[in-house]
Design a protein around this ligand. Structure first.
Ligand code: SF4
Length: 358
């Protein structure tokens, strides 16, 4: 994606205050899955998240990357209070979400909103876009006068770049990019403080992706939103994030300031992910992807005993296959790797693609 990050935004600390608004502390979540036919049915446990911890500040964007099955979308749902963690807690502005009763949680949800991956599928085809945007207002503010609702809807459409006179049209009359703008307007209509964007541009053309990313950045600055931006496209995450959290099989592998992570990724999985991003130069591309990700992730139904990345890691030693590494601080970041001290000496910034940002 041909985008340059504005220099003023490149520091992770440029827009943050000291107190986090969101704290995710050692969160684990397991899905129970039925398998087999009716005679031989058995219950299986799928560990979608394991001891995930991070925090988020006001006005900060945290990028979350990882392959499919890494737990990114489950994490989004836990943060939004749509799933209750089996262990650990999610604390939003001083309150633990799963300690709240239904009414309190419902009220909190005004502050926590989701932008979906597939904008066209997320908009009700039988409602006009005006009705779609008015629905949350009517639900949460039933006493709001219709004229105020109309004004707010029209104002929000304008803010996301949709002409307010299109308010009576249906979703199928808009392009994919316009539908995502409408999806963003719906997420913002209640004035949230946190926007969780779950792969918001992966269903769009590359040129449209850039427009939506610019729109999100613009809105975030204007509204001082905190944002969790989930994607598998590392170049998009790099452009928009202050910090980046790398996930694999439901666990945090590395969490670092965006610029530091891309300049010197220290976890073998992060390095492989970065080295798997295609380079538009056939000579460089071959050597580059040779060092990229190999094979498929193991099934989350039967993860490796030791390090989750041990079956694909070129640096794995016996200990990696036997003992699960824990997330721990190392220099300027958090990392989950037994061998980070040794590997950090081996890895140099020059091994990594110098600039995937442009
Ligand atoms: Fe690789 Fe071992 Fe580090 Fe896991 S703990 S990432 S297998 S070196």
């Amino acid at each position: 994606m041909g985008m340059n990050k504005p220099a003023a935004e490149s520091s992770a600390t440029a827009t943050v205050t000291t107190q986090p608004v969101l704290t995710v502390d050692k969160v684990s979540y397991q899905y129970q899955i039925s398998s087999g036919d009716w005679l031989h049915r058995k219950q299986l446990s799928l560990q979608a998240l394991q001891q995930v911890s991070f925090n988020l500040h006001r006005g900060e964007t945290l990028g979350v990357v990882g392959e499919s099955g890494s737990g990114k979308s489950t994490l989004a749902r836990v943060v939004l209070g749509l799933l209750t963690p089996d262990e650990g807690q999610v604390c939003w502005r001083g309150e633990i979400l799963h300690d709240l009763d239904e009414e309190q949680l419902r009220s909190k949800r005004k502050e926590l909103q989701l932008v979906f991956q597939d904008p066209q599928a997320a908009l009700n085809p039988r409602m006009t876009i005006g009705e779609i945007l008015a629905e949350p207002l009517n639900t949460f503010f039933p006493k709001m006068a219709p004229v105020q609702v109309r004004e707010r809807v029209r104002g929000m459409l304008k803010m996301v770049g949709i002409l307010p006179n299109q308010v009576n049209r249906y979703a199928h009359e808009f392009s994919g990019g316009q539908c995502q703008r409408i999806g963003i307007a719906r997420a913002l209509i209640l004035n949230p403080r946190l926007l969780v964007c779950d792969e918001p541009v992966s269903a769009l053309d590359v040129s449209i992706q850039a427009q939506i990313i610019h729109l999100l950045q613009d809105l975030q600055r204007k509204l001082q939103l905190s944002m969790i931006f989930i994607a598998h496209d590392l170049s998009v995450v790099r452009y928009i994030s202050d910090r980046v959290l790398v996930m694999y099989l439901g666990q945090v592998m590395e969490l670092a300031d965006c610029d530091a992570l891309y300049a010197q990724p220290l976890h073998p999985y992060t390095r492989a992910l970065i080295q798997s991003v295609p380079i538009p130069d056939p000579d460089l591309e071959h050597a580059h992807t040779e060092r990229g990700l190999r094979g498929e992730p193991p099934s989350p139904l039967s993860p490796p005993v030791g390090c989750p990345f041990s079956t694909r890691c070129p640096y794995a030693v016996d200990r990696c296959h036997q003992e699960r590494p824990l997330l721990r601080p190392y220099k300027d970041r958090l990392i989950t790797c037994h061998r980070v001290e040794e590997l950090a000496d081996e890895f140099t910034a020059s091994e990594v693609r110098p600039s995937a940002r442009s």
